[in-house]
Design a protein around this ligand. Structure first.
Ligand code: MTE
Length: 336
């Protein structure tokens, strides 16, 4: 079984300065990328998927030339620069420069600029609903109360692009254990801040703000499910969902809700923003599944940001061994 908990190890960025990560990435990009940049910065759609490109499908992972395996790699690197499948970490430049955060804009390359002054301090997260000990948690308390672990996860967007991100955070189950869910709690509902004065995208009338997401309680309690407060050992930047966001690596990226202000234990299945906006296209479960296409495009392959070509999408985004039991006996096509 892959080891995810690296809490007792220093964060990658403590060992490897960001500049070293990035210069190594540049070097590798120079060797592997063929015209990838033009694709990378394509214009942003209004609905997920309208910016899908048609590019050549290659059968091997774009990350084949990894730092660990490549002859151009320096040998003195003491920390992993790939995930457990040997896939390259995405550069911080790409992680912070190509984002989905519709509260600010639907233009992926403009999110960073428009969210630059987003005020994330002070910040509180209200945890309540069917729990014995509801509470309001200050973000600084959450950072100190729970050990911050580094976890390298693949992020697969429903739009068929992906990244590999070294998150910093703590498992959601630790917070849920604090509030003690009661027998009535069957699902967890998450809510993002909706502040029109700071978030220009909220004026868009076609979405039902605030951004809402949900998990079944057992999904929420799974050890892979992370509340993230950082990336590459640094605090989250606004465009990535500062100061705290969810990361559910075996589900499409839209389940990983950003800038959370409310977590509620509920009895009924929550209706997410995307379920409300397009019930035929976005289901509650949204597990990464190359065998179940989106009604408007194939989910069989994906474009790894920072690499050229396409790679095969893996069922449950490569976390099948850890999570498949959660869906035993379920029809994954009906429960998309
Ligand atoms: N959370 C909120 N509040 N608003 C959003 O628009 N976009 C989702 C998800 N969380 C989104 C959100 C989508 S579609 C994806 S793919 C991921 O965030 C992208 O995360 P990233 O920008 O950090 O890569």
């Amino acid at each position: 079984m892959t080891k995810y908990n690296r809490s007792n190890k220093p964060a990658s960025s403590e060992i490897t300065p960001q500049g070293v990560y990035l210069s190594r990435r540049q070097l590798i990009k120079g060797v592997t990328a063929v015209g990838g940049l033009a694709l990378l910065w394509a214009a942003r759609p209004k609905m997920p998927g309208s910016d899908l490109e048609t590019v050549e499908v290659i059968s091997t992972p774009a990350g084949t030339l990894t730092e660990g395996a490549g002859s151009i790699a320096p040998t003195a690197m003491p920390t992993p620069v790939t995930d457990e499948l040997g896939m390259d970490l995405t550069s911080l430049t790409d992680i912070t420069g190509y984002n989905n955060y519709y509260e600010f804009t639907t233009d992926k390359t403009e999110v960073a600029r428009l969210s630059k002054n987003f005020n994330t301090s002070p910040w509180q997260v209200e945890v309540g609903g069917h729990v014995s000990k509801p509470g309001i948690y200050d973000i600084d308390d959450l950072r100190t109360k729970f050990d911050q672990e580094e976890r390298i996860y693949r992020l697969r967007c429903v739009e068929a692009w992906s990244m590999v991100i070294p998150w910093l955070g703590f498992p959601l189950h630790k917070l849920l254990a604090e509030v003690e869910p009661t027998a009535k709690a069957k699902y967890v509902r998450f809510e993002t801040l909706a502040d029109e004065s700071q978030m220009p995208g909220i004026s868009a009338p076609w979405y039902d703000w605030p951004y809402v997401e949900g998990l079944r309680l057992d999904e929420a309690m799974h050890d892979l499910t992370l509340l993230s407060t950082g990336i590459y050992g640094e605090s989250l930047q606004p465009q990535n969902g500062a100061p705290i966001r969810l990361v559910v690596p075996w589900k499409y990226g839209f389940k990983s809700i950003k800038s959370i202000v409310k977590i509620e234990l509920v009895e009924d299945m929550p209706v997410s923003l995307w379920m409300a906006a397009g019930p035929r296209e976005y289901g509650f479960y949204s597990n990464v599944n190359p065998e179940v296409d989106h009604p408007r495009w194939s989910q069989a392959t994906e474009r790894r940001i920072g690499s050229s070509g396409r790679i095969q999408t893996i069922k449950f985004n490569g976390y099948e061994e850890q999570v498949a039991h959660l869906y035993a006996g379920m029809d994954l096509k009906a429960n998309f």
